[in-house]
Design a protein around this ligand. Structure first.
Ligand code: SAH
Length: 351
């Protein structure tokens, strides 16, 4: 059997070409795109303004990527929703809907698992199974959007690529995904409301800087020097911190966008004031912002820094004029942190 086309991953131009091949007028592509990306339907039968014959033909030629919601946890306190989703081949990923006053953000997974090996992260424990397709990532956002339908201020406005996986290892699909969710006739998410987080793949950061997309780059730094950073993030052995900072600086210059540096504060590991001073020196003169995150428990024997130490670290950075915020914890009551649900599901089944 010929493999059916992955229609949700197609760009509008590709969808037009697809319709031409089927002998259909091009405007059908616009209709189908809206059904898939704006209304979020999961069957061709639901596309009621298409002729019946075309719907049947599409059924034969194409497949609509769908994710099964295995679990849905709503934090009664802050409204955070965490989804455990299964892909068609049985792999599982997580997506999280975060409710803010300024809008709704979806935290998207880009790979099933991760092979970066960061010592504090739950997502990397079983390695990586595969890259997600663009259509699967779009579907993560649509799962959250469907949850919001009918609610006041019920539109997904922000997307952060901070779920399971290393987005820059899945570069082409991730870029395709970002362009798809930006389409005005689809989800219409502004590039400025997209944040991509990376553990620091230098060549791909440089490549991203040249794409001409005004998305926010977040770099997982977690340490101000190579000695400490290589102990926490194995990827740091490949790219020395000076190269990472140079690439981040290039990103800021070429896009005009402030780079976010993420720094998870780990009790007794990277949270003393001397390291804050070193961090401030490292970032001097850079268009950036530091986001401090008290480490979430990930079942790997490390703890988040106590509030006093977080405050002290922040104050040092402020004294040196580095813009800094402490990330508010959302969804703590539902294990919304990084890879925890997937791990739990995996330990119940095959891993
Ligand atoms: N692979 C990408 C994106 C996914 S992780 C990256 O590394 O940036 C998103 C962010 O969560 C990263 O900054 C990551 O270092 C951080 N993170 C992972 N485990 C964490 C934990 N237990 N507590 C707090 N932050 C964590």
């Amino acid at each position: 059997m010929v493999e059916r086309a992955d229609i949700k991953s197609m760009s509008p131009e590709e969808l037009r070409a697809f319709m031409r091949r089927l002998g259909e007028p091009e405007y059908r592509a616009g209709q189908v795109f809206r059904w898939l990306h704006s209304r979020g339907v999961t069957s061709f039968a639901a596309m009621t303004d298409l002729p019946k014959g075309l719907r049947a033909r599409l059924e034969q030629e194409a497949v609509i990527t769908e994710l099964q919601v295995l679990e849905r946890h709503v934090d009664p306190g802050d409204g955070t929703v965490k989804f455990l989703l299964s892909l068609a081949d049985g792999e599982a990923v997580e997506a999280v809907l975060l409710r803010y006053r300024h809008g709704n953000a979806v935290c998207v997974s880009t790979q099933a698992g991760c092979r970066m090996g960061c010592v504090f992260c739950a997502s990397t424990v079983g390695g990586v199974a595969r890259n997600l397709t663009a259509g699967e990532m779009v579907e993560e956002v649509l799962v959250a959007q469907r949850h919001l339908w009918g609610q006041a201020r019920g539109r997904v406005s922000h997307v952060v690529l901070m779920g399971i996986g290393e987005p820059l290892e899945n570069y082409d699909n991730v870029l395709r995904f970002i362009r798809l969710i930006h389409e005005p006739s689809g989800l219409g998410i502004s590039y400025r409301h997209v944040t991509l987080s990376t553990c620091g793949l230098v060549p791909e950061i440089r490549r991203l800087a040249g794409e001409g997309l005004p998305i926010t780059l977040a770099v997982s730094l977690h340490a101000p020097n190579d000695e400490l950073r290589t102990r926490l993030l194995p990827v740091a052995r490949r790219y020395p911190i000076q190269e990472l900072i140079a690439a981040s600086s290039e990103y800021a210059e070429r896009t005009g966008r402030r780079v976010t540096f993420e720094y998870a504060l780990i009790d007794g590991v990277n949270d003393i004031p001397e390291l804050a001073r070193e961090l401030a020196r490292l970032l001097r003169g850079l268009l950036c912002h530091v986001n401090l995150i008290p480490l979430n428990p990930s079942g790997r024997g490390l703890r988040g820094s106590p509030p006093g130490r977080v405050r002290a670290f922040k104050e040092v950075l402020e004294r040196f004029g580095v813009p800094v915020t402490v990330r508010r914890e959302l969804g703590a009551g539902i294990e919304a942190a990084c890879g925890q649900l997937r791990r739990r599901a995996a330990s119940r089944s095959h891993m």
